[in-house]
Design a binder for this molecule. Structure first.
Ligand SMILES: CCCCC/C=C/C(=O)SCCNC(=O)CCNC(=O)[C@H](O)C(C)(C)COP(=O)(O)OP(=O)(O)OC[C@H]1O[C@@H](n2cnc3c(N)ncnc32)[C@H](O)[C@@H]1OP(=O)(O)O
Length: 311
């Protein structure tokens, strides 16, 4: 077992070429993954020790060497909101694991039970310059591309609330296990006067079907764990204290399938959406920047923040 901690500063990466890397490069080439493809861009993980020095420790990673299963714990108190630093750390972490040839699966969870992730840090899009908002959005796109496009088995161990960006992270994984009880999950963006981008909408449609996704997105619905299971938004429920164990058991089942066939199948179905976002990245950034910095939207965000603080 090794572990390392990721933060937002002083990223030190070791580039290496491995036999495993060659296999995956061939695989990505076969699928014509373009300039952002994982193996062209990403460094390779060394076998142990800290790869990053960090002042914030906002993402904690541990990996079981024997099974090749890594657990990625979001650690940004109080609610794991996704600020710029978190997005950069998560992306770096996903890239590291992607290029660690001994890594076969990742489990994404929260270090602080009861809140998996509160979504985007609303303060990152409130009264910020258009340039800042554009850069923030690109960090989200890049993080998503690295998780959604991962060759690994990716499992969300949703041990608490998972609104908006928390749901986005979960939807980017291959399988979702959620804590039973009063916790909620969903894409509630419209409640903040925000519009989910095409790539996020599409993953919701892919997971729960057109009609339910359309309705859920329009009304910005947040569902309880039970309802989410019924809709297929999550795949399994477990008591909160067992979410991690159940995720590990589930991953082990998935790892009985040969990696290459599983990953090629996954990429065959995800490639069109990955390609579409890569192609329309700048357009998507501009849309988000222009929409979000509109005065009427800023007022809605302010009202949402006030409601959040007052509750
Ligand atoms: C068009 C773009 C689409 C892209 C996709 C993503 C969009 C987004 O993610 S927008 C963000 C939407 N997020 C939410 O609506 C969630 C808001 N938060 C909550 O509902 C709750 O905080 C909770 C259920 C996640 C947890 O509840 P609880 O444990 O009771 O914690 P508090 O509500 O007391 O929160 C503690 C503290 O944190 C602040 N906060 C919560 N969420 C956010 C956030 N997303 N961004 C920034 N700050 C957040 C909250 O205001 C509290 O602050 P203090 O009062 O100063 O302690």
């Amino acid at each position: 077992m090794y572990s390392f901690i990721l933060g937002n500063e002083s990223i030190k990466m070791a580039l290496s070429v491995s036999a495993g890397g060659r296999v995956w490069r061939k695989f990505f080439k076969t699928f014509n993954f373009g300039p952002n493809s994982a193996l062209k861009r990403f460094p390779t993980c060394t076998a142990n020790g800290r790869l990053y020095s960090s002042s914030s420790d906002n993402v904690l990673v541990s990996k079981d060497e024997k099974s090749g299963i890594a657990t990625v714990r979001m650690n940004n108190p109080p609610v794991n909101s996704l600020n710029s630093a978190m997005l950069v750390s998560l992306r770096s972490c996903f890239e590291e694991l992607e290029n660690d040839k001994s890594c076969r699966a990742l489990i994404l969870t929260s270090q602080k039970p009861k809140v998996f992730c509160a979504g985007l840090d609303i303060l990152e899009i409130y009264r910020k310059s258009p340039d800042y908002v554009a850069q923030f959005w690109e960090k989200l796109q890049d993080m998503w591309l690295s998780l959604y496009g991962s060759r690994l088995v990716t499992m969300a161990a949703i041990n608490g609330h998972s609104p908006a960006g928390g749901c986005l992270l979960s939807l980017a994984c291959d399988y979702r296990i959620m804590a039973e009880g009063k916790f909620t999950i969903g894409l509630n963006e419209t409640q903040l006067d925000l519009v989910a981008p095409f790539w996020l909408r599409q993953t919701m449609v892919d997971v729960i079907g057109y009609r339910q996704a359309e309705m859920a997105l329009m009304i910005g619905a947040l569902y309880t764990s039970n309802k989410a299971l019924q809709l297929g938004l999550v795949d399994k429920l477990a008591p909160i204290e067992d979410v991690q164990t159940v995720a590990e058991e589930e991953v082990k089942n998935w790892l009985k399938i040969p990696d290459q066939a599983r990953a090629i199948t996954k990429m065959a179905s995800r490639k069109p959406l990955l390609d579409e976002l890569r192609k329309r990245k700048q357009e998507d950034i501009q849309t988000f920047r222009d929409e979000t910095t509109r005065e009427s939207v800023q007022i809605s965000i302010q009202q949402y923040l006030e409601k959040l603080k007052a509750k």
